[in-house]
Design a protein around this ligand. Structure first.
Ligand SMILES: Nc1ncnc2c1ncn2[C@@H]1O[C@H](COP(=O)(O)OP(=O)(O)OP(=O)(O)O)[C@@H](O)[C@H]1O
Length: 274
């Protein structure tokens, strides 16, 4: 895949949810959570998706994962996602992995780190079946944890370490697209910054990340390009510096104005010098 070719192409994506009937309302109109949204996701980049709570960011991500019905066109790594059955086949589920805000919900508390990180290799049986243990250790090391963590449960880890385990579990099957849905939001600033730095190291030229978040200061540091979502629509798109530095849409201006002026020191210079 060459860098000019998008890894993900989302055109006119619309997701509607039926509303419950209310008294006297025979057929209420469906609720439109994502409203004709278009964006692309380029390889080798971290694409940001920002917007206030309820603006439709997670629903857009769920459409990419083929978890909700949608109209419009979604192409991820050459797969026409709308043409896939629900649930999506294993081969596609390997292609797109997600890390959520709360790793305690996503990770079985009775399982040890070795099982949690190794499990996707068992699920995706055709992928990396040899030297499974070595691969688990190498993946843990790539997220800054070592073999001494293998036999701990998630309750024996800090929030940052848990999120690193969740990232290791997602990347062990080498997805083309890693969706980070508020993945840093529950972490303190220092820990979030160190996990954000880690994300750079994990980005391959043929893979991409979709970073969903509220924190525009973090998004500006972390992302290459940013899309701003409001009431299901993409209202502004551009490079992180354009969108966060010289926002054009009034809504983005409001979001930017809400960034604390004094950013904590740790959020500066997340990107390695180029
Ligand atoms: N399964 C569902 N049925 C009905 N409405 C839904 C469903 N899932 C989401 N919604 C609604 O769609 C809207 C968008 O929700 P979504 O979770 O995508 O927003 P978000 O931008 O990710 O918010 P947050 O930042 O709080 O996670 C919300 O009003 C939500 O209540």
């Amino acid at each position: 895949m060459n860098a000019s070719e998008p890894l993900g192409l989302i055109e006119d994506l619309t997701v509607q949810f039926p509303r419950r009937r209310s008294i006297g309302d025979i057929r209420p109109k469906p609720f439109i959570a994502v409203d004709h949204a278009s964006l692309d996701i380029r390889p080798g980049e971290i694409t940001g998706l920002v917007g206030e709570s309820g603006s439709g960011k997670s629903t857009l991500a769920r459409a990419l994962l083929r978890l909700v019905p949608f109209t419009g066109r979604v192409m991820i790594s050459g797969t026409d996602v709308g043409a896939l059955p629900t649930p999506a086949p294993l081969t596609y589920r390997r292609t797109v992995q997600t890390v959520f805000q709360d790793p305690l919900q996503a990770l079985n508390p009775r399982h040890k780190v070795a099982e949690l990180v190794g499990e996707p290799l068992a699920i995706h049986a055709n992928f990396g079946t040899r030297n499974r243990q070595d691969r688990v250790v190498a993946t843990l090391e790539s997220v800054g944890l070592d073999a001494s963590f293998l036999h701990r449960t998630t309750r024996e880890l800090s929030g940052g370490q848990r999120q690193r385990v969740a990232i290791a579990r997602a990347i062990i099957v080498e997805p083309s697209l890693l969706i980070l849905d508020e993945a840093l939001s529950a972490l303190d600033v220092t820990t979030a910054a160190s996990v954000a730095r880690l994300l750079y190291g994990l980005l391959r030229p043929d893979s991409a990340m979709l970073f969903i978040g509220h924190d525009l200061a973090m998004v500006r540091q972390l992302c290459d390009r940013v899309h701003v979502m409001r009431e299901g629509q993409i209202v502004e798109s551009g490079t992180a510096d354009e969108v966060c530095g010289t926002p054009r849409h009034a809504y983005t201006q409001l979001l930017v104005a809400s960034i604390p002026r004094l950013l904590p020191k740790e959020t500066h210079e997340l990107r390695p010098a180029t």
